[in-house]
Design a protein around this ligand. Structure first.
Ligand code: PAF
Length: 279
């Protein structure tokens, strides 16, 4: 596996004559890789000739300095895991490489997709995501890019960005990968204690309960029952729970809408998110 740290070195490789006409699959990550990320790399390997994974903890998308500082990092283990999963190239830039002085990023109209849930609770978060993914798309010019649906709202934001800026990159949505316990895989899980890992299972259990009990007319009841379940659990604080139309991430208008439930909780000072389709 090739390791590059600057856009110019990566471009030199991708611009080689032998690679002309080959399809590039791009898997953007912030490292602390797990099986969820590997499912994206495997999908890219299946659908593309060359898989490029980036590892970059993007300061622009953190609205709390503490969260950025504590974000788990383990480059050596990440590289090994990517090698085992037959990724072709890993790109690991420094902050100055991604954000050189004077860089101007386009402002994208996200059509309100960014205003609820993660957007509401992490002001500026999606602007930072759009900025970094746009920068990578500009430089790497992949044909396809792979994103996990654990960050469902993020994938919708990226799709909107792609439409507005017309990158001609196919955004490939990949299913959430879960632990046997049901907990959605996340780099942040690495910061949970053993007790926390057991407690966190409540998130997917509650989402499954919502899926089993939701119908278009009982949304308020479901909301109250869910809030109660988290209030009785002293360890976890529910930040938000919302059921919305998964197409535009706005409140449901009719039974024809594809409903999806989203939540964010805080456990041991760590923010965890998950979602589930209700159809
Ligand atoms: O999902 C993530 O890990 C990040 O938001 C992404 C897409 C790599 C952008 O920094």
């Amino acid at each position: 596996m090739l390791v590059y740290r600057t856009f110019s070195d990566l471009r030199k490789y991708l611009d080689q004559k032998d690679l002309f006409g080959k399809t590039i699959g791009f898997v953007p990550t912030m490292g602390a890789l797990h099986k969820g990320h590997m499912s994206l790399v495997q999908k890219s390997n299946q659908l593309c000739d060359i898989s490029v994974t980036s590892i970059f903890v993007n300061p622009a998308q953190f609205n709390k300095v503490e969260d950025l500082k504590k974000y788990p990092r383990n480059e050596e283990v990440d590289i090994q895991m990517l090698e085992v999963n037959q990724c072709d190239v890993v790109f690991i830039p420094e902050v100055d490489e991604v954000y050189p002085e004077g860089l101007v990023s386009p402002k994208v109209d996200l059509k309100g997709i960014d205003l609820r849930m993660e957007g509401k609770h992490r002001p500026g978060h999606f602007d930072g995501v759009v900025q970094v993914v746009g920068r990578f798309f500009d430089q790497i010019r992949p044909q396809k890019a792979f994103f996990g649906e654990k960050d469902f709202q993020q994938v919708s934001v990226i799709e909107q960005m792609e439409r507005v800026l017309n990158y001609k990159v196919e955004i490939v949505r990949c299913a959430i990968v879960r632990e046997d316990s049901g907990l959605a895989m996340s780099s942040r899980n690495k910061r949970l204690s053993d007790v926390g890992l057991t407690q966190a299972v409540l998130i997917s259990e509650q989402l499954q309960w919502v899926k089993n009990n939701f119908n278009f007319s009982n949304g308020n009841e479901i909301q109250r029952a869910l809030e109660k379940a988290f209030k009785t659990d002293a360890a976890m604080e529910l930040e938000y729970f919302e059921i919305v139309d998964e197409v535009n991430l706005q409140p449901l208008k009719s039974t024809n809408n594809k409903a999806r439930a989203f939540m964010a909780v805080e456990l041991e000072g760590i923010r965890l998110i998950d979602n589930i389709a209700l159809y």
